[in-house]
Ligand binder design. Sequence first.
Ligand code: ADP
Ligand code: ASP
Ligand code: MG
Length: 407
Amino acid sequence: MKFGGTSVADLARIRSAARKVEAEVARGHDVIVAVSAMAGKTNELVGWVDSISTLYDAREYDAVVSSGENVTAGLMALTLQEMGIPARSWQGWQVPLRTTSAHGAARIEEIGRANIDAKFAEGMKVAVVAGFQGISPEGRITTLGRGGSDTTAVAFAAAFGAIRCDIYTDVDGVYTTDPRISRKARRLERIAFEEMLELASLGAKVLQTRSVELAMRYNVPLRVLSSFDDSDAQSGTIVCAEEDIMESKVVAGVAHSRDEAKLTLTAVQDRPGIAAAIFGPLSEAGVNVDMIVQNISEHGRTDMTFSCPTDQLARAERAMRAARDAGGIAFEDVLADTEVAKVSVVGIGMRSHAGVASRMFKALADEGINIKVITTSEIKISVLIDRKYMELAVQALHDAFELHKAG
Ligand code: ADP
Ligand code: ASP
Ligand code: MG
C-alpha cells in the first residue's frame, strides 16, 4: 500500500491511511506500506536547496529532500502501534534498497528482503518504508526522482511477491485526462500497462513512469485508488496487461505537460553528420531531448528545432554555443521558447486505426490552436503548442475523441 503526499498531509490523514492498513491486516495480510513526504514538504526542501545553490551538489540535495519521507514513515509506524498493530519503520538504507549512484534520479537495483522478512517472522504485521529513497553503492542516500514513492511501492511489491500493489492518492483512479483540467474526465475501470506508461511519461503524474515500467516487467497487479474514500468497495483503476481489457477505445486518454521548452537553431549548415554533431553535445550535457524537427534545407542551410524539460534549457543553450565555438557545428542563432506545452493522445487502439492524427489536428485547428512540433509513436501522438492554450487543447481533444463516454 502506498500513500502519497496529500494522503499523509497531517496526523489526521495519517490516521485515516492507517485505518486502511488496519483493514488489510484484519483480512489476514502482512502489509508493506510505502509513504511519501507530507504534502508540500518535498517542494519546500527542494526550495531550500535551490536557494543555497542552483548548482548544488546532488548528494546533498538527496540528503535533504529524502528527509520528508523519514518523518512520515516514523509517524505512520507510531500511529499503527497506537492502534495495536505491530509495525516498524524502515528508511531506504536500513532495508536496504540499493540504487545506482545517479543522485536525484537513481534507479533501484535491488531490495534486500532479509531484514524485513526476519521482522515479519517475529510477528511484525506492517513494515512502513520511506518512499523515494535508497542507498548508493558508495553508501550515500539517493532519491528516485520526483514522484518516486510510486516506484518504491511497486519495487517492494515485486521483491516480496505481493498479492497486489495499491497506490492511494487524492483521486479515485486513473482518468481519461487530468480531472483538474477537465470536469468531463472519466475514471477508467482498467488501463493497459503500455497506455499508462505513455500517459505517465507524457505528463500524467498520477503514477511515476518508472513505477509502471516495473509493474509491467514484474507483472505486479497494480491499482490506483483514493485515500479520501472510506468505503471498502471502491474499485479504483486497475493497471493491467492489454489482454485483460475488454473495452477498448482507439484513444484511452489525453496527457499534458507544462514542463517543456523549445530551442531552434537557425540556418544550421546542412551536411551529413549534422544531427550527430548537435545531439552528441546535448546528450553529454545531460539534456533529455524529446521532440525533434528538421526543416527542409534551402541553400545548404536548415532550421533544427527540439524540445527538452524547462530546467535543462540553459544547459542546452550553453552546450550549443560551446559546440559552435569549438567548430563542431555552424548555425546563425539559437532561439529559446519557454512558453510551450505538450499535449498528447494515447491509445493502443491507434495501432489498428487510421485517422487519429487528422482528427486530433482538426480539433486543434477548430480552436485556432497552432501546432509547433509533432511527434508520433505506435500508440501516441504529441504536439507542442503555446502554453496558454494547453487546457483548451486538452478539453478539445477530450471532446473530439468522446472520452467522456464509456467505450
Ligand atoms: P500523490 O501525492 O498521491 O503521489 P500526485 O499529485 O503525484 O499524488 O498524483 C495525483 C494527481 O495526478 C491527481 O491529483 C491529478 O491531478 C493528477 N493527474 C494527472 N493526470 C491524471 C489522470 N489521467 N488521472 C488521474 N489523475 C491525474
Ligand atoms: N515526496 C516525493 C515527491 O514529492 C516522492 C513522492 O511523493 O512520490 O516527489
Ligand atoms: Mg505522486
